[in-house]
Design a protein around this ligand. Structure first.
Ligand SMILES: [Mg+2]
Length: 251
């Protein structure tokens, strides 16, 4: 049995804005809140999905999307799904896995004060940098605060990220960490996320998988990519851009 754990946005599909102008052969993969096609698979991404489907590879999405945003993904997923950055597991029948929910709530409980305190501590700074603040919940419990810049201003977001990292590293004894994407900076639990969910599913549902693949584009995907046998990442994604920019000495 082969299992592929895959991030969604910017790995299996992306918005038109991120694709070459006038690219042909796009397949809609998600709907926007207005019900119109929003993200698309390129012919290469469609070929990969078709190959997985025809060769019996079990494909498991590993995404930051919540259940509402996942419902707007029109790709046919039939097995387990990892949502909310790993904090929610959906069973193949679509129901929320209650054992994982209980575990997650136990882990989140001692972090509530730190999350609230950290969010309050940088609220003023977020306003100064023009970032909008959103509290995200899983199972009705605060697990992440996201600072989003409406124009994805890299300088403002970097200032925000540095300040947040400084505060978090100084104050919370590794309970929280900061991740950054193209248009946002987020603070969330360090020891509970995509990689823990992937490890949990590997152990409990797929202990006999002969090969596990991991697909992701972002630094925040690295944890779960390291928990699989082989990792696949798209060119131009945050991961490869970072590695390319690092100019590591060749040994
Ligand atoms: Mg992604």
């Amino acid at each position: 049995m082969i299992v592929a754990f895959s991030d969604l946005d910017d790995t299996l599909f992306q918005t038109r804005r991120k694709l070459p102008l006038g690219m042909d052969g796009l397949t809609p993969a998600t709907l926007g809140r207005d019900g119109q096609p929003h993200s698309f698979c390129t012919p290469a991404q469609s070929a990969l999905l078709a190959h997985f489907a025809s060769s019996g590879v079990t494909l498991i999405p590993v995404t930051g999307r919540d259940q509402a945003a996942m419902a707007r993904v029109t790709l046919p997923f039939t097995s387990w799904r990892i949502l909310d950055h790993g904090l929610t597991l959906l069973r193949p029948d679509g129901g929320v896995d209650l054992d994982w929910r209980t575990y997650v709530l136990t882990q989140l409980e001692p972090l509530q004060d730190a999350l609230a305190d950290c969010t309050a501590a940088v609220t003023g700074l977020a306003a100064e940098h023009g970032c909008r603040l959103t509290r995200h919940t899983a199972h009705g419990t605060h697990f992440m605060t996201v600072f989003k810049h409406p124009d994805a201003d890299a300088t403002q977001l970097e200032q925000m990220q540095l300040a947040l990292e400084k505060h978090v590293e100084r104050t919370y004894d590794s309970g929280l960490h900061v991740i950054a994407n193209a248009n946002n900076v987020s603070v969330l639990p360090r020891g509970l996320g995509k990689s823990e969910a992937v490890r949990h599913l590997r152990e409990t549902q797929f202990p006999h998988a002969t090969l596990t693949l991991a697909l992701g584009d972002s630094l925040s995907d690295l944890g779960f990519m390291n928990a699989c046998d082989l990792a696949i990442t798209p060119p131009g994604g945050q991961l490869l851009r970072t590695v390319t920019a690092a100019k590591l000495p060749q040994r």
